[in-house]
Design a protein around this ligand. Structure first.
Ligand SMILES: [Zn+2]
Ligand SMILES: [Zn+2]
Length: 130
């Protein structure tokens, strides 16, 4: 994958986010550094970097695609009320994600493992009980 100025900026912006932003949010911030960039260009670069394994595209229940600066499989918590996606503070056991080495994977091209817990985030849970 070619390293371009655009991708550098997109990576930097995404890397500063721990809340798994959408392409729109990334675009708004990238524009501060590259005023002439288009949303389509940001989106295309996010797709290319996801495919290259530099970042991760989250295929969650929500309709809006979200992006993650950490490409290694890790567990997420998605709030069903506000849509927040948080990283959970534990690792996915390596034995769960072995790529294509397992017998069951033969003939398949395994790319990612998606573990997503859903429920109410701390903020929404607090609001609903007070
Ligand atoms: Zn919430
Ligand atoms: Zn994450």
């Amino acid at each position: 994958m070619r390293k371009t100025k655009q991708r550098e900026v997109i990576l930097k912006v995404l890397g500063e986010h721990r809340d798994h932003p959408s392409a729109d949010i990334i675009y708004e911030e990238v524009r501060k550094f590259l005023p002439r960039i288009s949303l389509g260009t940001v989106y295309r670069n996010l797709e290319i970097m996801s495919e290259a394994g530099t970042i991760m595209k989250l295929e969650t229940g929500g309709s809006i695609k979200r992006f993650d600066p950490f490409p290694d499989p890790h567990p997420h918590f998605r709030c069903i009320k506000c849509g927040a996606i948080e990283d959970l503070p534990f690792k996915i056991d390596d034995s769960l994600f072995t790529g294509n080495t397992e017998e069951w994977a033969h003939g398949r091209a395994v790319q990612n493992l998606n573990i997503e817990y859903t429920g109410l985030c701390i903020k929404c849970n607090g609001n609903s009980t007070s």
